[in-house]
Structures are given as structure tokens and as C-alpha cells.
Design a protein around this ligand. Sequence first.
Ligand code: CAA
Length: 397
Amino acid sequence: MQEIVDRVMAEDEAAGIARRLLFPYLNHAATMFESGYATKDDIDAAMRFGCGYPIGPLDLIDALGARAVADGLAHLHDETDDQLHVPAPLLGRLAASESTFADEAAASATADSPVGHHAVGKVGVVGTGTMASGIVEVFAKAGHDVVYVGRTDEKAQAVQARIEKNLDRAIAKGKLDESGKSDVLDRLTAATEREALGDVDIVVEAIAEDLDVKLQLFSDLDRICKPGAILATTTSSLSIADCAEATSRPADVIGMHFFNPAPVMKLVEVVTADGTSREVADTVKSLCLDVGKHPVSCGDRAGFIVNALLFPYLNDAVTLHESGVPMGDIDEALKATRLPMGPFELLDVVGNDVSLAIQRTLVSAFGHPGWQPAASLEKVVAEGRLGRKTGEGFHTY
Ligand code: CAA
């Protein structure tokens, strides 16, 4: 921890780059906490388990000192005149009273007793892309029978091939044996018709981020799934309430937002709409723990916790590069603060098209002019340089 503090507060150019990108992100986390959108523990856990950060943003402010962060932001605001760089009111108060977010969270903590949950056995997954494959893998490895639905046999087979590749990698590393691999594969059932989901206890959908497509799916799930089945979406940008409205059972509809790569990243954002029942939320949180994931709770709002904090920071990195700072210097400066990937590396992993779509959703939901997508992000997407998946993005692969 002290090593990170020393790196961020160092006098050199790399530390200047890190502070330029991290302080607005920390300020936004402070604002998110102050608004009551999520708890301190959930905000910190979300960035640790969703993005592999060594420390959550509010813990990082406590380690750096609220005074240092507030002063750094005030200095940045003098340069940029961007309202997003005005220190959050709570940050200013903590700086003045030499207090911490940990103290603030302890003072505002309320007891939250679970209402109980029901058992989940068989799982359904809809979709065959990267996220869907990862989610199928998570549940099958944890011992659940999984039926997954793709639009064609070829797409469904590609899911099995991706999972086999990951299992083979685990065997090569001595973490799994052949019988463990066949146990996992035996739990998988591929289907091309949604009717195959009639007897599952929960469906997690990871299909295209298009509201009309999702609404059709939720109306199908409402018709097909047995009473009491939980209907979950892993959407990162659409409203859970909108999906719920397409069904006759909004209390059973919930968000389960997994992170990329799903088999590795431990976070699931459990997103409840106003109509989601407490029992369904508790059941999903308990299921996450059973399959080795860390659930955090948040409301049905654009970007949830992680994307709302992460993508403006990634966008700021692109803007900083446009001002003349080399991409490699930015990636290295952030990795020196122990982030697992530099911003341009991560943009290329997530996909620049996905990142641009998320950033646009955030701008339309929150309206901050400072979050307008950077011109070069628009440009790489227009040129088809989408990241690792196309062999070229900000970097070349
Ligand atoms: N599928 C399955 N397993 C994978 C994998 C994949 N695609 N990629 C890596 N792994 C496994 C490896 O096998 C390895 O497992 P073991 O140690 O058990 O063998 C483990 O992950 C670590 O991999 P590596 O050692 O090869 O690589 P690493 O140490 O560089 O870690 C990383 C890779 C975990 C991805 C790390 O770089 C990281 O945490 N990056 C940040 C990723 C991130 O921020 N994701 C969130 C993006 S935002 C999002 O997803 C939300 C949205 O809505 C878009």
C-alpha cells in the first residue's frame, strides 16, 4: 500500500500522469459514495474484483489522505476549469476534519438482514459470445448443470470449444485433470431453441446490447420459464426495469453484471430494479458466493458502479494522449501504480466499440460535458480498430 502511495505522490513525470488520470476517478468514487448509490465496501470491492485493482478508490483516498487528493483536484480544476475536477463536497469535509471514508462509512452503516433465499440447481444461459461462454464456464465449473442457447449449432459448438481450451490450459498448469475436465463438459447442454430453458432455476442472458432484442427475449423467457425461475441479464448499459416490464413477473428480474474475462474476474454487480424482490436479490448474491464470485449491490442506473468509474477514466486517458503524451508512457505510468493493465491495453481487451457505447450511455445518463467520447476513440471505432478481437486497436496484436 505504501508503495502505491509513494508512486502516486512521486515528483516525476509518470506520477504526474497517474495523478492526472486517477484523481478525477477518485473524485467520482467520492461523489458516488456521497450520493448513497452504493456502500463504501461495495465501491471498493467493485474496482478490486471487477478490474483487478490492488486497492479500492475510497481506501486509496484514505491512504493518500483526503487533503492531498482534494488539493490535487483543486489544482487540476484551476488548469481545466472542468466541473468534474471540483473536489466532491464530502472529500472537502474529510480533508478539513482530517477524517477518512472508513470513518464516514462506519458512522453511516445500517444493519441489513437478509430475507432468505432459495436453492438454485440448473442454470440456463442465453448467448454464445465472450461473456456468455465465460458465464457458462463459471457455473459448470462450480457444479451446476448448464443449458445454453445459441442461434445456430456452430455458435453453440464454439462455446464448448472455448471452454475446452480454458480447461486444457488449466490441465497444462496442473490445476485440473482429464476426469475433472470431462465432469465439467458433461454438465453442458447446447440448444438452439429457447424452449430448452423450461426447467432451469435461473437464466442469465448475455445477448446483444439492443433493447428491442432484449425485450423480445424477456417476453420469451416469461412464456417459457417455470414459475419462480430467476430471469437475470448481464447487460452493462440497459435498464433492468425495462427488461422486467417485458415480463409478467418483474419481481424475478435482476441484473447480474459479470466482468471480462468472466472466468477470472471475481466481481458480479447485482443490480436491482424497484420491482425486484429482496428474496431474488438475496438468492442471486448467495449463488454468486457459491460459484466463487464476489457480489456487490447497486441500483438500476447507467454504468452501475464499475463502468461509471472506469470508462470516464479510460476516456480521459485517450484525451491525455491526444494532448501529446505517448500511449506507452500512459500505460506504464498507471501500471507502475499496480493497476493490472494500462488504459490503452484495457480498452483493447474490452473492445473499443463496447467502450465507446458505454461512454455514450454515461454521457446521455449523467450529461457531464467532460465525459464526451474522445475523438480518437470515435476514430479507432470508425476505422474498425476495435482492439484485440480485430488484431488492432490502440495497440497492434
Ligand atoms: N478466460 C479464462 N481464463 C483466463 C482468461 C480468459 N480469457 N485470461 C486469463 N485467464 C486466466 C489464466 O489462465 C490465469 O489463471 P491461472 O492463474 O488460474 O492459471 C489467470 O487468468 C491470470 O492470467 P495470466 O497470468 O495469463 O494474466 P494476468 O496475470 O496478466 O491477468 C487479467 C490477466 C486477470 C485479465 C488481468 O490483466 C486483469 O485483472 N485485467 C483487468 C481486466 C478488467 O479490468 N476487466 C474489466 C473490464 S470492464 C468489463 O468487463 C465490464 C463491461 O461491461 C465491459
